[in-house]
Ligand binder design. Structure first.
Ligand code: PMP
Length: 366
């Protein structure tokens, strides 16, 4: 397989911001001076202008189509990153009473910390910390606390590389899911969730915008008196235009949605992601040199975490990787070792090159 990439681009294994589809970047470049005959770019057009409003509507429609979002859900594009949602969802959905949390990694535990700051109670139903977050429980086995307003979990933990690979099955629970690092990587049944949210900067576009998909009935119980920018109901009433939204980031997400609609939707993405992840997991499993961090049943297809036998070998491995144009393979400090983030737009050629490199390195040093 050839590793020559368009524009002499590197294989960028960053956990986010990360690789975007080349076709999308080209289209953005082409619209940078004069978008669709408007004589200006989407970075420059007023968010109150017709072209912007049309673009926003089309972007929402395309995401609805891509994910099969039912009509009783609103789609919001908000600022503040996915981290702001940790606080916002607690303020909006749990003004009093309690909420359940399932913690399978760094991000889930940050969501708990934020929720604890806002009134009501937080029940941690499951915390995988003792195993350094190497697995996820079976969601269907976790009984909610009586009266809990919602159950929050992180479908893919980016730092640890742990994915549930399970959709909610209980109909008596409002599942709230942080899908920041695996949204659009495979089909999901949105109707099983009360709310889904995701920062854009992995599978959707550049940093700066967070998508919130929220069921209408939850908006009815949003308490009065929240700061306006942090009020889901107000944001929904204003179609995310209460203030100036992250216009350019929304536009880029729109280009990405169109791109994946053309590429066979989320079923197409899943197929490509399976093939890509298999190339790297095969190198881990067949050499016996590397150790995968996550248990096999939960190992992520977006963030592949693994360690080498020693710190010296890890350093040498990373040095050689950079020389071969493979960047950002170092693991997060809480797991150590390496992490290969291979989101939707990451090319399969890069997975093949890494897989080959891993095998060669293992043969030389094993
Ligand atoms: N949740 C998950 C699963 C993430 O991976 C991240 C960022 N890597 C966040 C939340 C926080 O996102 P942001 O930096 O946009 O606040």
């Amino acid at each position: 397989m050839t590793s020559a990439q368009p524009y002499d681009r590197v294989f960028n294994f960053s956990a986010g911001p990360c690789t975007l589809p080349v076709e999308v970047l080209e289209e953005a470049r082409d619209g940078l001076m004069n978008w669709n005959g408007t004589g200006a770019s989407m970075m420059e057009l007023s968010h109150r202008s017709k072209p912007f409003e049309q673009m926003l509507e089309q972007t929402i429609a395309d995401l609805r189509e891509l994910m099969g979002i039912p009509s009783n859900y609103k789609v919001l594009f908000l600022g503040g990153g996915a981290s702001l949602q940790f606080s916002m969802l607690a303020m909006n959905l749990r003004p009093q009473g309690s909420a359940d949390y399932v913690v399978t990694g760094t991000w889930g535990s940050k969501a708990v910390e934020a929720a604890r700051l806002y009134g009501g109670q937080v029940e941690v139903l499951y915390d995988a910390k003792a195993s350094n977050y190497n697995h996820a429980p079976v969601l269907a086995d976790l009984a909610p606390t009586a009266g809990a307003k919602y159950l929050h979990y992180t479908s893919n933990e980016t730092v640890h590389g742990v994915d549930f690979f399970e959709e909610p099955s209980r109909t008596d629970v409002n599942y709230v899911c942080d899908m920041s690092s695996n949204i659009l990587s495979r089909p999901v049944d949105v109707s099983k969730y009360a709310m889904i949210y995701a920062g854009a900067q992995k599978n959707m576009g550049p940093a700066g915008v967070t998508v919130v998909i929220i069921r209408d009935d939850l908006l009815e119980s949003v308490p009065a008196g929240l700061p306006p920018m942090l009020d889901y109901k107000l944001q929904a009433q204003n179609n995310s235009l209460y203030n100036t939204p992250p216009c350019w980031s929304i536009y880029m997400c729109g280009l990405v949605y169109k791109h994946y609609l053309k590429m066979g939707g989320l079923a197409g993405a899943e197929k490509r992601n399976d093939a890509k992840a298999n190339l790297i997991y095969d190198a881990i499993d067949s050499t016996g040199f590397y150790k995968g961090h996550a248990e096999v049943k939960n190992r992520s297809k977006m963030n592949i975490t693994f360690t080498l036998p020693s710190d010296e070998l890890t350093k040498e491995f990373l040095k050689g990787a950079i020389e071969a144009k493979m960047l950002e393979l170092n693991g997060h400090r809480s797991v150590g070792g390496c992490r290969a983030s291979i989101y939707n737009a990451f090319p399969i050629e890069g997975c093949q090159v890494l897989s080959d490199y891993m095998r060669e390195f293992a043969a030389k040093n094993g």
